[in-house]
Design a binder for this molecule. Structure first.
Ligand SMILES: [Zn+2]
Ligand SMILES: [Zn+2]
Length: 450
């Protein structure tokens, strides 16, 4: 691995004539800082171009060029099959004990017909509607006025459609309008409704997937497409669909986080900050490897217990994303200190304002959060787990558990456990994107302004 990194690093050590046996002097510090800035954050006439989003962009810096070529080799992500088997066994156990319910978030579809459910889901999935609560609301919107989801109406007035479904976020409005317009246009071109995609593509889920992802401008990225396809099969909208098992888990920061913390996916160094991951090379790589890691888990599970297994890796999503990722694997166990400073206590909610220790003795004192930790790393983590709606209450899918189901694989109470974080993505275009951060070496400055 030669390239520019070698040259950069050697220039720091050699060309500066550094004497490593004494402290640096200010001239040497200046030199090093300017060289680091030059290498990571500046470019020059003739540095060359890269491709992204189907366009050509001048490289941001020499490091950008290096990272494009070597990010995979540096991070070297690996799938740990032994850990995958551990997780597969746990998922099978959860599947049996919950009678499948932990994997199927069957929302109330308001008695809509399959064709109608499909239409609502098609035009909302590409706008990133994910939570079941939001989707149930949309089904009601459809009931109130089906014409809102008419492909011709959407095509004529995409802004009006977005308003009707309650999308008011101005930040991504241009993109959203384009998604609504294009998604309706591709149906008009084929002269079909969303429901007909199944027959049109010979009942093959993967053909539909390819078509949607390749329809540029329709907003169907991998994640949103997989979510849509999964819902159509799970909600029994599309019957007899082929190749459903080919659909991967909808990769996102929650499923990635759980993959890293359980160790089914490992990297040689902790993930780098998005400041270094120019143009999201790390993000895309980890995203892709995450889907493969969960697929490996599913393959092992399916092989060991063929008749006691979900039909596709994409069905792991609800359990890992919603229950583990958003509910259990969060720093939600709060450590409080009493305003008297006499004692601490742990509590499942950071919204509490009362000293619960004093309250037990009928004394009224305030308390403040001094720290938040993952429930699995603390011996009182059951406070959070037992208060989860997935554990207690009428619709609990994991009744009476006291710890996160993945504890035996993560081993969060041992010193080897690391609370690894998922990567963050950073945009190329726009005010906070790299394109506006560029500067020439000789000019100085550059970077982002919030
Ligand atoms: Zn107190
Ligand atoms: Zn944990």
């Amino acid at each position: 691995m030669v390239d520019s990194f070698n040259k950069f690093f050697k220039s720091l050590v050699e060309s500066s004539g550094l004497n490593l046996s004494r402290d640096l002097n200010i001239d040497e510090v200046r030199y090093i800082i300017s060289k680091i800035n030059e290498y990571f954050f500046t470019n020059y006439e003739g540095i060359g171009f890269t491709n992204a989003l189907g366009e050509k962009f001048e490289y941001f810096s020499e490091f950008h060029k290096f990272w494009e070529k070597y990010h995979c080799e540096v991070l070297n992500p690996q799938i740990d099959e032994r850990k995958c088997e551990g997780i597969a066994d746990i998922l099978h156990d959860v599947y049996m004990k919950s009678n499948k319910a932990a994997f199927y978030d069957l929302y109330n579809t308001a008695l809509l017909k399959p064709e109608e459910i499909c239409k609502v889901r098609y035009f909302s999935a590409n706008q990133d509607f994910r939570g079941s609560r939001d989707i149930v609301k949309l089904f009601k919107t459809y009931k109130d006025d089906p014409s809102i989801f008419d492909k011709y109406n959407i095509n004529d007035n995409p802004e009006g459609f977005l308003k009707s479904i309650g999308v008011t976020s101005l930040s991504q409005n241009d993109k959203r309008v384009k998604y609504a317009k294009t998604a309706s246009q591709i149906l008009i071109d084929l002269n079909i409704e969303p429901f007909d995609l199944l027959v049109y593509f010979n009942y093959d889920i993967m053909q539909i997937r390819e078509f949607l992802i390749n329809s540029r401008g329709a907003g169907f990225g991998n994640k949103k497409t997989d979510m849509f396809l999964r819902d159509m099969v799970v909600l029994d909208v599309w019957k007899d669909a082929k190749n459903f098992h080919e659909v991967n888990v909808a990769s996102d920061i929650n499923t990635i986080k759980v993959a890293l913390r359980t160790g089914i996916l490992k990297t040689k160094i902790p993930l780098v900050s998005s400041f270094l991951d120019i143009f999201c090379y790390q993000y895309s790589l980890i995203d892709e490897m995450n889907a493969l890691a969960w697929r490996k888990v599913w393959e092992i599970w399916h092989q060991k217990y063929p008749s006691e297994c979900i039909e596709s890796p994409c069905l792991i999503d609800y359990f890992v994303y919603r229950i583990i990722g958003k509910e259990f694997c969060q720093e939600s166990l709060s450590i409080f200190e009493c305003e008297t400073k006499q004692h601490n206590f742990k509590w499942h909610s950071s919204r509490n304002r009362t000293c619960q220790v004093c309250y037990k003795n009928r004394v009224k004192n305030k308390a403040y959060v001094i720290k938040k930790v993952l429930p699995c790393t603390d011996c009182e983590g059951y406070l959070v787990i037992q208060n989860s709606k997935f554990v207690s209450g009428d619709n609990a899918v994991l009744p009476n558990i006291k710890e996160c189901p993945f504890e035996s694989v993560c081993k969060p109470k041992t010193s080897s456990f690391k609370k690894l974080n998922p990567p963050k993505s950073i945009s190329i275009l726009g005010q906070t994107g790299w394109e506006t951060a560029k500067t020439r070496t000789v000019e100085g400055g550059g970077g982002l302004m919030a």
